[in-house]
Design a protein around this ligand. Structure first.
Ligand code: SF4
Ligand code: SF4
Length: 255
């Protein structure tokens, strides 16, 4: 799987000689530019398996590196460092430390799914980006993102009540992410709602904020959902500890 995108060469790996003469020819400065050789020795052999164990990453093994995802990517058009094809390559090769160099931009995927429609192998690169962002969080490489906090608040409310009550979800999300409630867009939205929504609907929404209605006979459905979530988390935890198990086995073999 060759990489031939000039943008992928990190500036720190490009070297030039200020003064260099070869066979009597002055190749100083730009003319002596070369890419510093690197030796990668810290492969994570379980990286592909870890990412594919998370939702969205299931089809990463199908990638044949055509680059259609990156070519069609909305974020790549603005920031050439955002490169799904390259990250899929790194994951499949187990080059974890190289992947971590981009940990602060991987979350920038806007889930437009252009890559998903462009991909000839049904890899679902958008899903791989999500799985990779979750992998970074679960492994402690990045803090929990606001979208993960939102998913958690949303799920907790569904399990607790069997209903989604928007204002409670937003309030809890703001609290969990240390954001104030009186944000300008929020104030504007509430003003417009008061102007345009029917009074009956507004009263029901206001009431629901305080009394937290529940779906009747919800407890068995809630237990089934919780059981499924726990099962999935257990499976993912096992997959995410694969690299640690391999490390221990390698250390044991070397001892
Ligand atoms: S478009 Fe699909 S097959 Fe091509 S590089 Fe992207 S993920 Fe891989
Ligand atoms: S879903 Fe993400 S990776 Fe795919 S094209 Fe949109 S921004 Fe790029």
């Amino acid at each position: 799987m060759p990489i031939h995108e000039k943008s992928l060469i990190r500036p720190e790996n490009l070297k030039t000689h200020d003064k260099l003469v070869l066979d009597g020819i002055d190749v100083s400065g730009h003319w002596s530019t070369f890419i510093e050789t690197r030796v990668v020795s810290d492969y994570n052999e379980a990286l592909e398996e870890e990412i594919s164990a998370l939702p969205g990453g299931e089809y990463i093994h199908r990638c044949w590196q055509c680059g259609s995802c990156t070519n069609s990517c909305t974020v790549h058009a603005i920031n050439p460092d955002f490169n799904p094809r390259f990250w899929i390559y790194l994951i499949r090769m187990g080059m974890e430390s190289e992947l971590l160099r981009d940990k602060d931009i991987i979350w920038q995927c806007v889930s437009c799914n252009k890559c998903t429609y462009a991909c000839p192998r049904d890899v679902v690169p958008e899903g791989v980006m999500k799985a990779t962002a979750h992998w970074l969080e679960r492994k402690g490489h990045t803090p929990k993102s606001p979208s993960t906090h939102f998913d958690e608040v949303f799920t907790e409310q569904v399990i607790a009540t069997g209903k989604i009550e928007e204002s409670r979800t937003i309030r809890r999300f703001f609290k969990r992410t240390n954001q104030g409630l009186m944000q300008s867009w929020m104030v504007e939205m509430v003003k417009r709602m008061l102007r345009h929504l029917p009074i009956g609907l507004l009263s029901r929404m206001g009431l629901a904020t305080f009394i937290a209605p529940r779906t009747s006979n919800w407890s068995s459905a809630a237990s089934a959902i919780q059981e499924y979530i726990d099962e999935q988390h257990d499976k993912q935890d096992k997959a995410l500890s694969l690299s640690e198990l391999i490390d221990v086995a390698q250390k044991d073999a070397a001892a």
